[in-house]
Design a protein around this ligand. Structure first.
Ligand code: F6P
Length: 467
């Protein structure tokens, strides 16, 4: 069994003395793979993403990273030419495909399909081909291969050509855009993306909504639609309750809770959000809604704090850097306008710290999750599982998690700042028992499909046998 993804389960930093420091990541795939055990002969193929990773690949034995760095997992890291990777990852995946699937283009941020785009597209093809070749080399006869996400939409078809014997699955962690939006891509590119994924035996999505949009795009762009050899699947991904509850009660989280309590101040409510800083998360509109809450419901002034953790991501790209700066600017503006000597209305942290995120989850009275669009959004699922007193959830109807959690959440249209402010007011006003009861139901729904189950279900569906 093989897994392929752009970002792998481990990354390396070069220390000042030139040695390499390996850092293991978390997430659904990591816990999913650990569920089948490291002795099952599985291999994870990923890309080297920085200088540390590239140095690690050069030292690795045939591309396989040392087992002590990977927790025993066999990981093959590909040292794809840095310029090719940058064009594929920054240029195509994060500047075009991310924007299409999350429907983020709006004037003056418009798609540009010019000669530079075509050059970047050639790099995206080369990058996908490098994955297909590595997978073809690593895979045993008839092996199952699980290819992840929009970075690798072309790899299934490329791999199928090299190795018709394999069982190939593709999983999209993002939304899929409806045809009217998807077709802003040049026709040949739209067709190549779809036929790329249709090279798999199974194309799977986080919700029925994204799967339906993919089907609709196939009909609209390719005419005949889905070939009989490809099945479409849906596998929702839930929160890992055992891991989260254990991790959230360790000493380092308790320390951060004490520090956060100091920042929030006594007897105040906390509206918590935790995101990577990128446009689909809609952090700025969340801040503006909070500002409107303080304006329209002045009774909350000095009684509530917005704890916003916005961790910078994809900072090689100006559009993400500008958005990060805008988040900071709006937070500062709210603090300057409304803050008092004893009260800072927005506590914004930008340095990624998992223990502090868990501390905020535990303290949350309200969780704000208002993405423009989101494949699933695990924060919406994790906060109710971890929160100490139970939290109310303000949730965008455009998050995949809405299908499972909508019944017990305060639903918002992510563009509607006034509506979001009102939802925050209602969530803050919820009586404690009602909030605890809702939170319990949210946690039950959020943990129904733990990552290990999500992963094994995909494998079973692909191989036709229980794993
Ligand atoms: O939401 C899709 C997704 O691939 C996630 O699985 C992942 O967290 C993110 O997007 C990728 O982020 P990055 O560009 O930092 O690898």
């Amino acid at each position: 069994m093989l897994v392929a993804s752009n970002r792998g389960p481990v990354s390396y930093q070069v220390r000042e003395d030139g040695s390499l420091h390996a850092r293991r990541g978390g997430g659904g795939l990591v816990s999913g793979l650990s569920a089948i055990g490291s002795d099952a002969g599985s291999v994870w193929v990923c890309a080297a993403l920085g200088d540390g990773d590239r140095a690690a690949v050069r030292r690795a034995d045939g591309g396989l990273l040392p087992a002590e760095d990977t927790g025993g997992q066999r990981v093959r890291m590909l040292d794809i030419d840095a310029a090719v990777h940058a064009e594929a990852y920054n240029g195509i995946a994060n500047s075009v495909l991310w924007f299409v699937h999350h429907m983020l283009y709006q004037t003056p941020l418009e798609p540009v399909f010019d000669a530079e785009f075509r050059r970047q597209w050639a790099s995206y093809e080369a990058y996908n081909q490098a994955f297909a070749e590595a997978l073809a080399e690593e895979a045993a006869e008839g092996a199952a291969v699980l290819i992840q996400d929009y970075h690798l939409a072309l790899a299934p078809r490329m791999l199928r050509r090299l190795r018709p014997d394999l069982r190939i699955g593709h999983f999209s962690h993002t939304p899929w855009a409806p045809p009217d939006y998807f077709r802003l891509l040049p026709d040949d590119i739209a067709a190549e993306l779809l036929t790329g994924i249709l090279g798999a035996d199974r194309a799977a999505f986080l919700t029925e909504r994204w799967a339906d949009a993919f089907r609709d795009c196939c009909h609209a762009v390719l005419g005949p639609g889905i070939p009989s050899g490809t099945r479409i699947g849906v596998h929702g991904l839930g929160a890992d309750a055992d891991f989260l509850r254990e991790r959230a009660h360790r000493e380092d989280v308790a320390e951060r809770m004490a520090a956060l309590r100091e920042e929030i101040g006594p007897d105040r409510r906390a509206i918590v959000r935790v995101d990577r800083t990128e446009l689909s998360k809609n952090i700025v509109r969340g801040l503006l809604a909070y500002r409107e809450l303080l304006e329209d419901h002045p009774e909350w002034r000095e009684r509530v704090v917005h704890v916003a953790f916005a961790y910078p991501s994809r900072q090689d790209l100006a559009v993400y850097r500008d958005y990060t700066a805008e988040v900071q600017r709006v937070a500062d503006e709210i603090n300057e306008h409304y803050g008092t000597p004893g009260w800072t209305p927005v506590v914004l942290h930008v340095k990624d710290d998992f223990a502090r995120s868990l501390a905020a989850y535990r303290l949350a009275d309200v969780a704000l999750v208002n993405p423009i669009r989101d494949g699933m959004n695990l924060v919406a699922k994790e906060v109710p599982v971890v929160s100490d007193e139970g939290c109310a959830l303000v949730l965008s109807r455009e998050a995949g998690a809405y299908e499972e959690l909508g019944a017990d959440a305060f639903t918002v249209n992510p563009y509607d700042i006034g509506g979001t402010a009102e939802a925050l007011h209602e969530a803050l006003s919820l009586p404690a028992e009602e909030r605890a009861a809702r939170s319990k139901r949210l946690a039950a729904a959020a943990t129904a499909l733990p990552p290990a189950r999500w992963f094994l279900d995909q494998l079973d569906a692909l191989t036709g046998q229980p794993s």
